[in-house]
Design a protein around this ligand. Structure first.
Ligand code: DGJ
Length: 753
């Protein structure tokens, strides 16, 4: 059992392979946070909590008469409350029937359960029963009888602890939850920084590292989705922590809606982290007897740098968040027509593209936006999920049959949560659109949102999409969402309940996804929101891959995929080779560079394949065969960031076989200079004593450059020469110099006897 409960002393210790977490219910009943970090023993470590009489930090009534040292304003806690003496950011803000904003939680009881808890209607980390444990600690506000059930899931092998909260109104009056966070974590001492990921459409997940100085630091989204602007993932680390050394913590929120992550360094230098649903658009009514479940946060600790945080999360997302047939099945190499045709296509043209693609080894043809309703641009048609047979020149089924007859699978784009004013659906059901009565809505891409908080809308969409899936041989769906949500209002909710809209919307989305993925397990769903606007661990529970960004430029993608890799695995990142000059940046990069970068994701193509030369076609064949040869290494390998896009010359990453038998090192010169210093990287994850041989892929190298390169190998070894894992780890691997702008190299390192 990974949970040790010492009931007599109110002490609860959670152990994973390399970490320990401890909390203690004190004599007053406050559940104190004691420790989270490197694995240690079960002994009581609460001696580190030092109490002192501090002015303006008051004392709970029960102890105030006896002592001025005990203050909720300074004590580290597992779940802090607003309004009763803790003046820091808090996890729970309850409005009582008398209008007061107050709660004060005291320990009531606990239970330890074999297996990992689940959360009704929400994504959650899952595991075989014997590989996870749950601790449930129940706290109570004695005045209102509100219960707070703190749930801790422990995945020992993965070094993962999850947190979620159930709030039950056991009182006799309605209460309103104004804030109900999923996680409160108090760091008792230490100087911290946090790494967060900000961005915008076509430039998602840029890394920002900031000192957590005094004051409140926050990221979040009030856009209805997790958003392009901030990702619901953060790392808290000690100063000087880098990829390979230092203490750090990763927090990933399994939620696709509005979120907030806040950190506050308090008056005595303690740091509190709070993560949960964003409170701005949240006011949840809880009638007597009702319960509210928060979404889940998964957290992990590493004493050996940030790289390990990423690898712990990658493993857990791949096997304990992603579900269904496609979790383990090889994903097809796809070709998508969006950047090839945009809205301007015919069925005949698509069939021609599919035929050529099939001949080059592509496995899945994805028909993107524009196949339904009246949809020749982005101003109309959303909501009318009926094939436009006039445009296609045939039925959708006939087109799909032509494509599958060439040996390819067929996939389709949807944007189920949106509706155009110019659509039959809107004309029939204007009340299904998210607008505030009496106000003109803010338009974005000239579209409105369908009110997914409504059960009738959810049911309609399940039925409509199911009908298409049943009529057409589809094995893939791209689930897109192309605007942020404002004018939040549901015609199906009364005035008092409008504060529930944003969260109910997400619950509705999850219900539709759950229903469709369960009904059509053979369909691979890829999430998308104008690229990576809803790239979160919650979505990955339903869609095991997500289109990473609408920016398909290989050099811009280096930063986007680098940032994404901190919290999410390669198998989750949709990445395609597209045409040059690139449609978003105008940049021209070599074909091999584009494929090298797309191979750090799910790998596919998005260009007009009918316009490519024989020679380019041959390159595609080679790229696909290389990707398939190294599929397991790329998709399931351990990921190491060896050099960042902020490096002067070259971004380098590595995927290593978990047993250390082989590795694939990829390097892209994002900036070429004259007479440069050599690039040497220390290869990780190999066996120190084993011998390895290198193989360099040289696809795009001009013949002559290739020869001179081979005769002047700038390595410390010759192609084919043996080199030990220890040498590669300690001395490093010399990355061959760039022979052209944006040069990419892929170097396969394989163990030899
Ligand atoms: C945004 C997506 O990210 C693109 O890939 C494409 O599907 C368009 N929407 C279609 O409207």
């Amino acid at each position: 059992m990974s949970i040790v409960a010492d009931a007599k002393n109110g002490l609860f210790t959670l152990h994973t392979k390399n970490t320990t977490y401890q909390m203690k219910a004190d004599s007053l009943g406050t559940l104190l946070h004691v420790y989270y970090g490197e694995r240690t023993d079960d002994s009581d470590k609460s001696y580190v909590i030092c109490m002192k009489d501090r002015g303006f930090s008051g004392n709970p009534y029960e102890v105030g008469k006896k002592s001025k040292e005990y203050s909720l304003d300074t004590l580290p806690q597992e779940y802090s409350c607003y309004g009763t003496g803790d003046y820091r950011i808090s996890a729970l803000k309850v409005q009582n029937m008398d209008g007061s904003l107050a709660a004060a939680l005291r320990f009531k009881e606990y239970q330890v359960i074999r297996g990992k808890y689940t959360i009704q209607g929400l994504p959650a980390v899952y595991s075989e029963k014997e590989k996870a444990d749950t601790l449930e600690v129940i706290l109570e506000d004695p005045a209102s009888k509100v219960e707070v059930h703190l749930l801790y899931g422990v995945l020992e092998e993965n070094d993962i602890i999850t947190r979620a909260v159930k709030i039950v109104n056991r009182g006799s009056d309605r209460i309103v939850l104004q804030k109900a966070a999923s996680l409160n974590l108090d760091f008792i001492n230490g100087e911290y920084e946090w790494i967060t990921f900000y961005g915008r459409h076509v430039m998602e997940r840029n890394l920002q590292r900031e000192e957590l100085g005094h004051g409140i630091h926050a990221i979040g989204s009030v856009r209805g989705t997790s958003s392009h602007q901030y990702n619901p993932f953060a790392i808290v680390c000690e100063k000087n922590t880098d990829e390979e050394k230092g203490k750090c913590y990763g927090f990933s929120f399994l939620y696709s809606g509005e979120f907030q992550m806040e950190a506050e360094k308090d008056q005595i230098d303690q740091t509190r982290l709070i993560c949960g649903i964003h409170p701005d658009n949240f006011a949840w009514n809880l009638q007597p007897g009702e319960a509210f479940d928060t979404p889940e946060v998964m957290m992990t600790y590493s004493g050996a740098g940030i790289g390990m945080i990423s690898r712990n999360l990658h493993r857990t997302i791949r096997k304990h968040i992603c579900r269904g047939e496609w979790r383990d099945k090889r994903r097809p190499v796809l070709i998508n027509n969006w950047e090839a045709t945009y809205f301007d296509f015919s069925g005949e043209q698509l069939a021609k593209m599919a035929k050529k693609a099939a001949g080059l080894g592509l496995e899945l043809f994805v028909l993107d936006d524009g196949w339904f309703g009246k949809r020749d641009d982005d101003n109309s048609g959303l909501g009318d999920w009926f094939p436009n047979e006039k445009k296609l020149g045939c039925t959708l089924k006939e087109l799909a049959d032509q494509i599958t007859e060439c040996g390819m699978q067929f996939g389709l784009w949807f944007e189920p949560e949106a509706v155009s004013e110019d659509s039959d659906l809107y004309r029939t059901h204007p009340e299904w659109a998210v607008v505030i009565p009496g106000r003109r809505p803010d338009l974005s891409r000239n579209q409105l949102i369908l009110d997914f908080s409504r059960a009738d809308v959810q049911d309609y969409m399940i039925e409509r999409m199911s009908a298409i899936f049943e009529e057409t041989p589809i094995t893939y769906v791209k689930w897109d969402f192309n605007r942020s949500i404002c004018d939040k209002y549901s015609m199906a909710l009364d005035a008092q309940s409008q504060g529930e809209f944003s969260h109910r919307y997400v619950l509705g989305l999850y219900r539709v996804l759950e229903s469709l993925t369960a009904k059509f397990p053979h369909i691979l769903f890829e999430g998308c929101s104008g690229g990576g606007g809803r790239f979160d661990a919650g979505m990955l529970y339903y869609t095991p891959q997500i289109w990473c960004s609408d920016n398909s430029d290989a050099i811009a993608r280096l930063s986007i995929q680098y940032g994404t890799s901190f919290g999410y695995p390669v198998s989750a990142m949709g990445a395609h080779v597209s045409a040059v000059p690139n449609h978003q940046t105008g940049r021209t990069t070599p074909f091999a560079t584009r494929s090298c970068v797309a191979m750090a994701g799910t790998f596919g193509y998005e260009l007009d394949i009918t316009k490519l030369s024989e020679e380019e076609g041959e390159k595609i064949r080679q790229q696909i065969s290389r990707f398939k040869k190294h599929y397991d290494l790329i998709q399931y390998g351990e990921y190491y960031r060896l050099q960042a896009p902020s490096d002067r010359q070259c971004t380098v990453w590595e995927m290593a076989d978990p047993e250390g038998k082989e590795a694939l090192v990829s390097a892209v010169f994002h900036h070429v200079e004259g007479n440069t210093a050599p690039v040497i990287v220390r290869v990780q994850g190999l066996r120190e004593k084993a011998c390895y041989q290198m193989h360099l892929y040289m696809e795009d190298l001009p013949e002559e450059a290739g020869k001179s390169f081979l005769t002047h190998l700038p390595y410390g070894y010759k192609e084919g020469e043996r080199i030990t894992g220890a040498a590669l780890r300690q001395c490093g691997l010399v990355i061959p110099g760039a022979m052209q702008e944006f040069q990419a190299w892929q170097i396969h390192i394989a163990e030899v006897e």
